[in-house]
Ligand binder design. Structure first.
Ligand code: APR
Ligand code: PHB
Length: 393
């Protein structure tokens, strides 16, 4: 068996794992990343695309922001549509000048992959059967198979950045973990198309036929979503049906401005909220989707992964530089305080904007009242805006 040693071994080369590797590299801490898929596969995955102000600032500070600054689209607001009315939430005005950046996670993952390759730090793609050993001891070990051979990495810490289906969380004994889950009774059907967006900002619509979202990746590429049953078959949704549904749900103004074209990608994703506590067991840390999932309403998933790895990198650096373990000991609690606020916000926005059953129900009337209150109250709009641009890191 081939053996090697590193300081922090990272499982998963998604945005959480790659960013953690980069932040540690900047501080002179060695890492090895093990990723089950190929680099091409990881970089082709299409995910959300809204970066909070804190995420943007962190990428800039870590010298990762050059392409994002050139190609990303700063947004100072978005629209909520309800009952034929489109109401703008002026993020910049309501938050004292903060904005979000529309920049696809796919692009960010490529930038992170390039930065890691340029730094010469090792990433083992297509690592099979990764397993974690001795996480509750002083000498944790990762084992994996690559090129038909068995390998072992000895390390000081293991960071499980391996997403919701990874092995990190499953390596913690069930008795040590408490999990919280909310499954929503619908999914999002997403479509990506090489057409200009129907509006220069995002539109979140609560319509009697269900939720719809108009988003974008660039001035020439649009991303749209509609709420649909989770068990819906993609074959039943030819492009024309999706465009027609989007026009109805987003309203006549958006419909008139909508350019339609063939889809580049189409998929249905379920919506759920999930949190595992604690986010650390001995020398094993969970970060990003490995520890928590939020529904995409509000686009918090990637931003939460970024705030986790920021705290984790600081904790590891403090440990190596000055032997302090306060950051390590406090990691889970510090992350979870912010995680739960984002979980609450994503749940609230999902609850507010989707169709839950009958439009003539008590819940639907309360939704209507809340949206009407939001449209008329600066205080309520400000609370939404403050959460949307991101709570402090
Ligand atoms: N061994 C090695 N790698 C694994 C394993 C395993 N057993 N299981 C999963 N992985 C890899 C996946 O292939 C994936 O590349 O871990 C990576 C996890 O990446 P993501 O799922 O992207 O999760 P994360 O990095 O936490 O990103 C945060 O923000 O917008 C949200 O959910 C969205 O992915 C996004 C997330
Ligand atoms: C996206 O562009 O994919 C997107 C934008 C905003 C969201 C969710 C997804 O709330």
């Amino acid at each position: 068996m081939a053996r090697q040693r590193t300081q922090v071994a990272i499982v998963g080369a998604g945005p959480a794992g790659l960013l953690l590797g980069h932040l540690l590299h900047l501080a002179g801490v060695e890492t090895v990343i093990l990723e089950r898929q190929s680099r091409a596969y990881v970089e082709a995955r299409i995910r959300a695309g809204v970066l909070e102000q804190g995420t943007v600032d962190l990428l800039d500070e870590a010298n990762l922001g050059a392409r994002m600054r050139r190609e990303g689209l700063p947004h100072g607001g978005f629209d909520l549509a309800y009952d034929g009315v489109r109401h703008r939430i002026d993020l910049a005005e309501l938050t004292g000048g903060k904005r979000v950046m529309v920049y696809g996670q796919t692009e960010l993952t490529k930038d992170l992959g390039d930065a890691r390759a340029a730094a010469g730090s090792p990433t083992i793609y297509e690592a099979a059967d990764v397993s974690i050993h001795g996480a509750d001891s002083d000498a944790p070990i990762l084992r994996y198979r690559s090129g038909g051979a068995e390998h072992e990495i000895a390390c000081d810490f293991i960071a499980a950045c391996d997403g919701s289906h990874g092995i990190g969380r499953r390596s913690i004994p069930a008795a040590e973990l408490k999990t919280f889950e909310r499954v929503y009774p619908f999914g999002w059907l997403g479509i990506l198309a090489e057409v200009p967006p129907c509006s220069h900002e995002l539109i979140y619509a609560r319509h009697e036929r269900g939720f719809a979202l108009a988003s974008m990746r660039s001035p020439a590429r649009s991303r749209y979503y509609i709420q649909c049953p989770v068990d819906e078959r993609l074959e039943d949704w030819p492009d024309e049906r999706i465009w027609a549904e989007l026009k109805l749900r987003l309203g006549p103004e958006a419909a008139a401005a909508m350019t339609i074209g063939p889809s580049i990608e189409k998929s249905i994703a379920p919506l759920r909220s999930f949190v595992a506590e604690p986010m650390r067991w001995g020398r094993l840390f969970l970060a990003g989707d490995a520890a928590h999932i939020v529904p995409p309403t509000g686009a918090k998933g990637l931003n939460l992964a970024v705030s986790d790895v920021r705290l984790l990198s600081r904790a590891c650096v403090a440990f190596y530089k000055s032997g302090q373990s306060a950051g390590i000991d406090g990691y889970s609690q510090a992350c979870l305080a912010r995680v739960w606020k984002a979980v609450r916000f994503s749940w609230w926005m999902t609850q507010l904007m989707h169709k839950f059953g009958d439009n003539e129900s008590f819940e639907a009337r309360v939704q209507g009242a809340e949206l009407s209150y939001l449209f008329g109250s600066r205080a309520a709009s400000q609370a939404l805006a403050e959460n949307y641009v991101g709570l402090p890191f």
